[in-house]
Design a protein around this ligand. Structure first.
Ligand SMILES: *[C@@H]1O[C@H](CO)[C@@H](O)[C@H](O)[C@H]1NC(C)=O
Ligand SMILES: *[C@@H]1O[C@H](CO)[C@@H](O)[C@H](O)[C@H]1NC(C)=O
Ligand SMILES: *[C@@H]1O[C@H](CO)[C@@H](O)[C@H](O)[C@H]1NC(C)=O
Ligand SMILES: *[C@@H]1O[C@H](CO)[C@@H](O)[C@H](O)[C@H]1NC(C)=O
Ligand SMILES: *[C@@H]1O[C@H](CO)[C@@H](O)[C@H](O)[C@H]1NC(C)=O
Ligand SMILES: *[C@@H]1O[C@H](CO)[C@@H](O)[C@H](O)[C@H]1NC(C)=O
Ligand SMILES: *[C@@H]1O[C@H](CO)[C@@H](O)[C@H](O)[C@H]1NC(C)=O
Length: 394
């Protein structure tokens, strides 16, 4: 029975291909996102997340003319005197588009904000329901002087990181409904902080699938050819990606149940309920009081508190057979059409058409082989096969 399932998957592997949906890059980068425009009232950092006009006029969001990369930064020029309430200007951006199960998100980043009091995150937030009912995925997140990235899911109770998950990262928490979420720490070098920047940055990728949620990291020199040789219109083939750092197979978390279409979010807060907790602040390489960084001129303290992003590319799985390795413009626009709008109050029915409309029992069964295979490359192939099987079964 199980063997039959695997063979079915195997024969549809060649159909598993990801079509490009859109690229966030260059001069169009900022038009595809909403600016938060309030104080940080979710993680309680001492920042005001500016609106678009302020972000542009104060030079907190811009395209670097030398590289064409998007820069998103904390204010490091304004002198802020000590006061009862202290907030420094920073940025929080949310995509106008939301991505359903069946999506793939790839970010090429040269610099992640770091330093004492600095708490950056690139994450996704489920649409249409109050947090965390629609799920949250933390793709890049750490604080202060930490040097290793952390990955997490946040859900309502009942979703776990499987104990036999096939991943390279270090599991710190398996229950996705806890405060820290089901947490996995990167074990590859240079995934965060000064080390990440000195290595030239790298690429993080996230696969949202009925069979599970999977996240990868590669330092600049280790990026697989499928990504390093791709451009904005290339299809994506995951065969050379290797084992993910963090793998959340649906055997322990019904992804279809816990995750609605996801907006992408980029932000930088200062202090707040993680970076600013005195014991945590102290144990992550920082001395004194967190708020004392926020007060004052902001430099040189926040000179490294910026994102430098080459691109964020999004893809949707397709059963289209594409022998050229390039998608046509018609397949690109058909992939785009399943995106849901973040302004809708409930997930768009079309948004789930890529894969989340499947029978969940197929997804759950299909995920089982991941942990049963001990060969790394084999495991990745099996997971992709399962994915193809689920798609093919629609
Ligand atoms: C993905 O790459 C592998 C290895 O090069 C190849 O065998 C497979 O046919 C490719 N899949 C698609 C859909 O192009
Ligand atoms: C944050 O503040 C904004 C503006 O007042 C408000 O619309 C939003 O609901 C608040 N969010 C939370 C989580 O309190
Ligand atoms: C820092 O921000 C937190 C959360 O908004 C607030 O409770 C605290 O009073 C702020 N500290 C200062 C010195 O403004
Ligand atoms: C992407 O690469 C392909 C193959 O090299 C090329 O035909 C295509 O024009 C490129 N597209 C862009 C947008 O650069
Ligand atoms: C953290 O606190 C301990 C105890 O007060 C102190 O000895 C240590 O130097 C502090 N660490 C840093 C980085 O300041
Ligand atoms: C602010 O930081 C940027 C790098 O992010 C740096 O180029 C600039 O010189 C800094 N500004 C000041 C006033 O130090
Ligand atoms: C997973 O959740 C979906 C949507 O709530 C549901 O239809 C399906 O039956 C569930 N699958 C399992 C194995 O519980």
């Amino acid at each position: 029975m199980l063997k039959g399932l695997l063979l079915s998957g195997f024969f549809s592997l060649s159909l598993a291909i990801y079509l490009p949906v859109r690229e966030y890059s260059g001069t169009d980068f900022f038009s595809a996102w909403d600016y938060y425009g309030y104080i940080d009232n979710t993680t309680w950092g001492n920042v005001t997340y500016v609106d678009q006009n302020t972000g542009t006029s104060q030079g907190l969001t811009y395209i670097d003319p030398a590289t064409g990369h998007a820069i998103i930064k904390v204010d490091n020029t304004t002198n802020i005197p000590a006061a009862t309430t202290v907030n420094r200007n920073s940025v929080k951006l949310t995509t106008k588009d939301a991505y359903p199960l069946g999506s793939l998100i790839v970010i090429d980043v040269s610099h992640i904000p770091y330093g004492c009091s600095v708490w950056p995150s690139f994450w996704t937030l489920g649409t249409g329901l109050l947090w965390p009912l629609a799920g949250e995925i933390d793709i890049i997140e750490a604080i202060n002087n930490l040097q290793a990235n952390q990955y997490a899911l946040h859900t309502t109770p009942g979703c776990y990181l499987a104990s036999n998950s096939f991943q390279t990262g270090n599991t710190l928490q398996t229950d996705c409904s806890t405060g820290q979420g089901c947490l996995v720490q990167e074990t590859k070098p240079n995934s965060f902080g000064s080390g990440f920047a000195q290595a030239g940055g790298g690429v993080f990728a996230t696969q949202l699938d009925v069979s599970g949620i999977y996240m990868w990291f590669w330092s600049r020199s280790d990026i697989p050819a499928s990504i390093s040789q791709a451009n904005s219109s290339s299809t994506m083939n995951l065969t050379d990606w290797g084992t993910p750092t963090a793998a959340y197979p649906s055997s322990a978390c019904n992804i279809t149940q816990y995750f609605q279409p996801q907006n992408l979010v980029l932000d930088i807060t200062l202090c707040g309920v993680w970076a600013g907790v005195p014991s945590i602040y102290n144990s992550t390489g920082c001395s004194g009081q967190c708020i004392d960084n926020v007060i004052g001129s902001g430099n040189p303290i926040y000179n490294d508190a910026y994102w430098d992003i080459s691109y964020i590319r999004t893809y949707l799985a397709s059963t289209t057979t594409d022998t050229s390795g390039d998608s046509s413009s018609s397949s690109t626009s058909s992939a785009s059409s399943v995106l849901s709008s973040s302004s809708s109050s409930s997930p768009s029915p079309s948004a789930s058409s890529a894969s989340s409309g499947n029978d969940g029992s197929v997804a759950s069964n299909a995920a089982q082989p991941i942990a049963m295979v001990n060969d790394r490359n084999g495991a990745t192939l099996l997971r992709n096969m399962d994915f193809a099987f689920v798609i093919h079964d629609v």
